[in-house]
Write a protein that binds this ligand. Structure first.
Ligand code: ZN
Ligand code: ZN
Length: 578
């Protein structure tokens, strides 16, 4: 039989919805003869946890209740993690072990997400050991949490192994592994896993689809992305804002901004994530006026833009050289919308100023900005130095880069290109030697194109494709045709001290040309060609592609490391400004 009054308090605690009320109740309990009742104290602690006060929960488990039940430790660990106090969550877990408690499966599924949020591999490994010690290695929820944490900590190989060893694989474990693949940029593996799920009949949910669409976007796999979209419609999967944004992003990144717009228009409820996706889409396509007008419409609808929205808008201005507009929005961001500029915004500004030739302004911005610069932002400026042939500033900038990232191969390559452009061949040789001494390798350029649902990837001088012979023959035809029409190769972009004929040969095998020619010989005449390139397109390739778009009457869309180029009738949407 329960002591008198206890029932009253238990019921009161269950219905308590405000912290103020709970404090009153607590004070009341302390004055009564049931104030030491463990059952009641446990309920009281739980009430605090329900109202998101893990710190008070902790006082109960560590000092007020002599032998608190395991579930209360678990709930407190969970509550800390839920409220973003990951460190405290993990510390309490260790505290619990020190107090002689044996964790159970719940404990692990609560503490592992905290390790994942902090990307703490050392904690994840310790907890993993405990999972084995306390015999929870067969629990699917625990293993799923482990796959998730290893994926987030960059150990996707371990995650894969755990996944492979699972006897029964379900949607959550597949999703956890996929998320790990996405973070590790193993996009092909995401698509393979997705196909495997379909084959063995594991249900795909919106989380699965978001990862798959992200992968299609990164690979430029438009046909597969469309197919996923059809499947979403067919299976009547509810399109939430994340899935909607992922679809918009996929279409935009695969070069089909119109389809992105259609998805956007069809979305019933649009929140900031969805608006931001379409604004960024237009931004990366260099359609700054549309991205700006969508931005204004969004604000008119009473939504508050976030940091990502501004990255999209600024990128659009940057691609169009709209520097004054860029400054207006950059200042507006913090003053009107309370969004503090972070590295991405500064990067956009530096890119924008640098490309417009305002190099000193760009340098001053990096030096005076209130966040710590990374090597990437300086590389952006170095690129501008290359475009505007400023050797002196480039030398200053490259030193900054190497201070931050001594193994940055890209900056060595850029610097040697800048020297080559200025005819300083001694310095070119010195930079190259420097690279060799440091054992740095240039990031190889590659381009990919999707044909009949398969992504084909080409490196420069690539001979490995099964149709390589035809590709090179066709390339020779194109070259001949261009020569007849008076095309002069831009050999200045070959940064080697070789003769012009040799330079032309080197240009001829740039990966984007191989991908485009392969597209031309394997699709029908009026198909749009969509090519992805990991680096920036060089001036000569840009000229050649304009040329090809004219004589073949083909629309060619190229996504390079920075933006989209739509080639049509011999012109490019970037207006030769990139
Ligand atoms: Zn090229
Ligand atoms: Zn272009």
């Amino acid at each position: 039989m329960l002591p008198q009054g206890l029932n009253f308090y238990i019921t009161a605690l269950k219905t308590c919805v405000s912290i103020h009320h709970l404090h009153q109740l607590h004070a009341h309990i302390l004055k009564t003869h049931v104030s030491k009742n463990v059952f009641l104290l446990t309920r009281l602690a739980h009430a605090y946890l329900n109202l998101n006060h893990p710190n008070i929960g902790q006082i109960f488990v560590t000092s007020i209740i002599k032998t608190p039940p395991l579930f209360l430790w678990n709930e407190t660990i969970k509550c800390y993690a839920k409220n973003g106090c990951y460190k405290q969550s993990i510390d309490l877990y260790y505290d619990m072990l020190c107090n002689g408690y044996k964790p159970n499966a719940f404990t692990f599924t609560f503490v592992l997400p905290a390790c994942a949020a902090l990307k703490s591999l050392s904690d994840a490994r310790r907890v993993h050991k405990d999972v084995l010690v306390f015999g929870c290695e067969d629990n699917e929820f625990v293993i799923t949490a482990l796959i998730d944490v290893y994926g987030k900590c960059g150990e996707v190989g371990v995650a894969r192994q755990l996944f492979d060893e699972m006897s029964v694989k379900k949607t959550p474990s597949c999703n956890a592994l996929m998320a790990g693949f996405v973070l590790d940029e193993k996009f092909e593996d995401v698509l393979l896993l997705f196909n495997e799920m379909k084959k063995v009949g594991i249900e795909c949910d919106t989380t699965t689809m978001v990862s798959v669409l992200q992968s299609c976007a990164s690979l430029g796999a438009l046909q597969q992305g469309r197919w996923v979209h059809e499947r979403v419609i067919r299976t009547r999967m509810g399109v939430n804002v994340y899935l909607g944004a992922a679809l918009i992003n996929m279409y935009a990144k695969c070069g089909s901004i119109n389809e992105a717009r259609t998805v956007f228009e069809k979305m019933g409820q649009k929140d900031v994530i969805v608006w931001t996706a379409i604004i960024c889409g237009y931004g990366m396509h260099g359609l700054a006026h549309i991205s700006e007008s969508l931005f204004l419409e969004m604000v008119n609808n009473g939504l508050k833009p976030d940091a990502v929205t501004f990255v999209g808008v600024l990128a659009g201005f940057s691609h169009n050289g709209m520097v004054e507009k860029g400054w207006v929005y950059f200042n507006k961001m913090s003053i009107e919308f309370g969004v503090k500029p972070v590295l991405e915004h500064y990067s956009c500004m530096v890119d924008m100023l640098g490309r417009a030739g305002r190099l000193n302004e760009a340098e001053n911005l990096v030096i005076n900005m209130n966040v710590k610069p990374d090597s990437k932002i300086w590389v952006g400026l170095l690129n501008a130095c290359k475009i505007h042939k400023n050797v002196e500033l480039a030398e200053r900038v490259v030193n900054r880069i190497l201070e931050l990232d001594p193994k940055n191969a890209g900056s060595h390559v850029l610097m040697s290109n800048i020297y080559a452009n200025a005819g300083k061949w001694d310095y070119v040789a010195k930079t190259r030697r420097n690279m060799k001494d440091k054992k740095l390798e240039k990031l190889p350029g590659w381009s990919s194109i999707e044909v009949a649902g398969r992504v084909h990837t080409f490196l420069a001088f690539d001979q490995s494709h099964s149709r390589a012979k035809e590709i090179y023959e066709y390339l020779m035809d194109v070259k001949e045709r261009m020569r007849i029409e008076g095309y002069v190769p831009e050999t200045g972009v070959v940064f080697e001290k070789v003769d012009d004929e040799m330079k032309e040969e080197m240009l001829y095998s740039h990966s984007e040309r191989l991908a485009i020619v392969f597209g031309m010989i394997s699709t029908s005449d009026n198909d749009v060609l969509r090519v992805m390139k990991n680096l920036r397109v060089c001036v000569d390739c840009h000229n050649v592609i304009k040329f090809i778009s004219r004589f073949s009457c083909r629309e060619i869309i190229v996504r390079d490391a920075k933006r989209f180029h739509h080639f049509k009738d011999g012109a490019c949407s970037c207006g030769d400004y990139w």
